[in-house]
Design a protein around this ligand. Sequence first.
Ligand code: UD1
Ligand code: CA
Length: 453
Amino acid sequence: MNLDIVILAAGKGTRMQSSKPKVMQEFIGQPFLESVVNTARELNPNKIIPIIGYKADEIKNYFLNEKLDFVIQQEQLGTGHAVIQAIKEITSQFTLILYGDVPLINKELLLKLTDASKKTGIGLVTFDKSNPVGFGRIVRDENKQKIIKIVEEKDCNNEQKNITEINTGIMCVESNHLKKWLTKLDNNNAQKEYYLTDIIEFANKDNVDIVGIKADTETSIQGINSMEELILLERMYMQEKAAQLIKQGVKIIDPNRIDIRGSLTCEENVTIDVGCIFEGNVYIKKNTKIGPYNIIKASEIGENTNLNAFNHIDDALIGDNCTIGPYARIRPETTLKNNINIGNFVELKKSNVDDHSKINHLSYIGDTQIGKDVNIGAGTITCNYDGANKHQTVIEDNVFIGSDTQLIAPVIIKKGATIGAGSTITEDAPENKLTLSRVEQKNIDNWIRPKKK
Ligand code: UD1
Ligand code: CA
């Protein structure tokens, strides 16, 4: 479709109780307006025209690297007045009007709207709301067919107040019609505003049929006016995502205590305990258990793996049959193959660990390649940083590293080597030998332990 998209975003959002413009408030980690702009992009419009006013510079600055045709509305005199400011920018055959404070608007609904609008010249998204207070009401003819007009709450008579079909504000109009109808708007109404919704009556006068598309989920058309509404909508969104996964057979122990901030995909027979947070794209393979309070970002977890409680996993690939944590931190660019144990208070960064290796307690492993069947003792530290540069550690197959060892990188521990506990290793360790650097033990005879005076 030959389309321009206008996004209404000039309001301050007084009820947010914040000095930030409302559309810059974050919904699951990104400003509302950014979510709307991203959805708008999916429709491949010729132009995206956000109408901004309050703290316009702050908004423009944030979107510096995006191709957007901002228009300023100095004074907020109503939704119609806002769109009038964009008339000069609108050059495509159709105009889609979105709200900057409706972050969950989605492509599927908008495609339905634009498709339907093409046929007559104007379409709008409505919703059946059991408590319609505060919204514009959709007035239809006697047969409840044709849309006649939209009446704002404050202009409703008692009969109109009972109408439960509301205006979501989202509409698509042939641009020539839109421009013509906008010039006819006035502010003779209860709020002394230029109502965009008045164009519906003008469409009727011009015998242009108005198509109503009913949104089937409230979240998709829900605007946010206060922090309360913001938090509620976020929670509803999380619950929707959790419900979808549960439908697919994922056992989410408590759907009220999970945060899915990106996309989470699970194979069969996955269990997720309470308090987990998923960010970015996370993929979990079959028969895997995610214990309580895991934070997992942009990672893949293999089959039959068990994450104990309280791990932090970011940009990592974890294989099959692994056991992780509790309290492990797995940092970006880490790959664990299969049958690996990572225990408590172990930090891994930019490292690869091969099959059947174990790092069970209190270690830092960074910039390291670990082979198969390696055992890393408690308190082992790879000293990968000299204050200026990072260096690699290589630990080959079948190595045993004794506890409390420091490996000063760059260094290679060859196949089958054993490192004695408490060593500081500065040079490569040869294959199949015991290597240790340790001051010999002294025993002091006749020593007397100090006594308290
Ligand atoms: C509007 C609709 C109402 C609908 C409701 C859905 C009109 C007259 N009314 O009402 O039928 O049920 O949305 O939420 O259109 N804005 C500007 N400039 C302005 C005025 C508003 O940019 O001068 C922006 C706001 O920042 C907001 C959006 O337009 O993002 C909607 O404005 P709002 O004041 O919330 O509209 P309502 O009066 O609630
Ligand atoms: Ca509103």
